[in-house]
Structures are given as C-alpha cells and as structure tokens.
Design a protein around this ligand. Sequence first.
Ligand SMILES: Cc1cc2nc3c(=O)[nH]c(=O)nc-3n(C[C@H](O)[C@H](O)[C@H](O)COP(=O)(O)OP(=O)(O)OC[C@H]3O[C@@H](n4cnc5c(N)ncnc54)[C@H](O)[C@@H]3O)c2cc1C
Length: 388
Amino acid sequence: MQIFEQLEQRRDWSEEERILLDTVRKVTDQAIAPRAGHFDRTGDFPWENVAALNELGLNAIFVPEAYGGAPLSFRAYLACVQMISEACASTGIIYATNYHAMKPLIDFGTDEQKQRLLPRILAGGLGSLVITEAMAGSDATGMQTKFTPDGDDVVIDGSKLFITNGGVADLLLVFGKWSEIDDPKGSISTIFVEKDSPGLSVTKVEDKMGHRASNTAALTFAGCRVKRANMLCEPGDGLGLLLASLNRSRPSVAAHALGIATAAFKDMIAYMNEREQSGHKIIDFQGNQFLVADLAVDLAMCEAWLDYVAHLVDRGAKSFGLEASMAKMRASDLAMRIATEAVQMHGGYGYIKDLRVERLMRDAKITQIWEGTNQVHRQLIGRSFRNK
Ligand SMILES: Cc1cc2nc3c(=O)[nH]c(=O)nc-3n(C[C@H](O)[C@H](O)[C@H](O)COP(=O)(O)OP(=O)(O)OC[C@H]3O[C@@H](n4cnc5c(N)ncnc54)[C@H](O)[C@@H]3O)c2cc1C
C-alpha cells in the first residue's frame, strides 16, 4: 500500500482538516467498519453509525457558519465520504445523501428557510433527495408528481420510488410539476417536505442486493399539504436546481464508489500476500501482478481526478458538470471492477459471505446505476464532442 500512503501524506490538508480526517479514520476503523457485516446481514438501519458521525459534527462541515455550521472544503467532505464508505458503504451513502439534499437549500434557499431548516440537519437529522418515479428514472423530466397551489399551501400528489433515506428522513427535498405551468420541463418545481407531514406515507422499503443497511423507500404523497414557504426558488425553477444539485452529488457518489474500491483493493492485496498455491504467494504470479498494477494505477488516477474536480468546486468554478460526470462514471466502473477482481483473487473464499469482498461486490453494483446510469454519463460525455 506504500504508494497510496505516500499519496495520502502528500495531500495538502489544512491543520483543521487533517485533525478531522484523522478522527474520522479512527471512528470508521474502530466503530463503523466492525459493524458493517452485521448491518449487511440484518438489514437494520445503522442508527449507531449515524450517531457516531453526528458526534463528530460531520453534517456541520457543509453548512455555512452563519447557520451554525463549521464548514470545511468540498475536498475534505469528499474525503470523509470516501473513508466512511470504505468502512460501510450503506453508512457512506446515508451521510452523503444528507449533503445531496441540503446543498440545494444552502445554495438557493432564502435566509429564512436556511435559519428554519438547517438546524435540524445540524442536530443530526437526515435528508433525502426525492426525484425518481416509476416512469421517470434516467429521464427525470418525465416525473408526474403534481404540486397544486392552494392559498398559502402547496398540495402534493404522486408517488416516488427508490428514495435513499426516504423512510427515515427528517427533511425531504421533493421534485414535482407545478399544476399551473403547462410545460413538461418548465413546470418542474422543488419543495421541502417535513417528516410526518399528513398525506406523506412510506409504502415500501426495498429489499436490495447491496447497501442492505441503507433505507431505500417508495413514497406516496396523497393530498400532502405543505406550506408554500417551503418552496425552493420559484415554480418552474426545478430543472435548474436538479441539474445544479446533480453536479454536486456526482463527485460525492464518486467518492463513495472509491471508498468501496479502496476497501476491495486493500482486502485483495492483503490476501494475495498471504495465500500460497504451488509454493508461491498469489501475488508472485506475474499475471496477477499485471492485474494489481492496472487496478492500482486506475485507482490512483481516479483519486487524482476527483481531487481535481474538488479543487474546481472549492475554487468556485461555475461549470464542472462534465468533469463531475467523468468522475462518477470512472469511479463507479472501477469500484465494480476492483470488487469483482478482489472476489476472483480470493478464489472460492471470495464467494463466501464470511469475507468482506463478497459484500463489497454487491455494494459496488449500484454505484454504476444511481445518480445517472453510466450509460447516461457516457452519452453526456460523448455528445459534448458533437459540433454544435
Ligand atoms: C438503491 C437505490 C437508491 C436510489 N436512491 C435514489 C434517491 O435517493 N433519490 C432518487 O431520486 N432516486 C434514487 N434512485 C433511483 C436511481 O437514480 C435510478 O434507478 C436511476 O436513475 C435509473 O433509473 P431507472 O431505475 O428507472 O432505470 P431506467 O432509466 O429505466 O434505465 C434502464 C436501462 O436503460 C438505460 N438507459 C436509459 N436511458 C438511456 C439513455 N438515454 N441512453 C442509454 N441508455 C439508457 C439505463 O442505463 C439502464 O441500463 C436510487 C435507486 C436505487 C436502486
């Protein structure tokens, strides 16, 4: 692991960031990682892990000081996501989803909304980003959830599915269409729905291949009445908000995928240095060394690219959507590839649930599907080269 340790040591963290990251590492190694297998087996929601992250104040690192936060760089946030996901991918995505749901509020909400809503997240509440519907997946603009204005209220009708934290969130950022705008894309609007709002119900919690401890829920809004004061921006501003929020969440899911990739790489190397066949360690076979070299180089390149994207964001770049797509696509493909090869290098033992690599391979798969499937990202990146 020498080269990865060297790369980590050379990253220029501020003193404050270094202290936080060291503490997060301690908690992920000592508390979160040892519980990951248990939560995977039981499918229980990892409240203990959420509490441990809250004790570290990790929601505060993306909330501005004016609203009670203790903000650090986007790079430091991504490093936290990666470390947590290396220890437990379910806990990693639960934490990252808080950021995905709250960042649009931080960037586009009014002062009143931020004063009112952000303290809940700082106090340990969970957020949820609610976009997908049965007939609107990759093409989110096909959503049918309806927002109807009624005096000081907005009435929400519709159904959503596959919503991370959906059944446990305190604040849900919901996308739907404004009934009074007759334009399929121009009507998309956004509103915060608070937990226990009448008319909001959790209709199903999914039984999944991986990320078994994260909560993935189907939600129904039946005449769900919400104060208009919870609208984020104006009716019809939702598509811009959606694209802006995806630009921020894609580097975040890339960091999550790299956490899984790192865990699989570490387990693979440890086993290859220990297991012997035909009088040699598995790592001594040249074909396997070539494999390790290819994976290590891709992992290092991918981390460097994500760091570059994070720097762009921290320097205030306005346009980084393609760079974020590239990071998401490559990191998630790599997570799947490394996890699969890690199982392969463990031989039959890799297929048995006693070892972590079996879980990592199941956890890796969804990273290629959510936040835009990798087919969609390939299309986005590829079509950017078409002459206008
Ligand atoms: C565990 C989990 C957690 C999730 N969390 C959330 C969440 O928190 N919030 C939320 O809103 N959603 C969430 N999702 C939904 C997720 O983002 C969608 O599943 C994803 O966007 C794909 O949509 P779909 O499942 O409808 O697949 P479809 O869009 O139906 O895609 C089916 C296949 O067609 C391909 N395809 C579709 N369009 C194109 C195209 N233009 N070009 C080439 N191929 C294409 C896809 O790549 C895919 O292979 C989650 C899903 C899961 C499984």
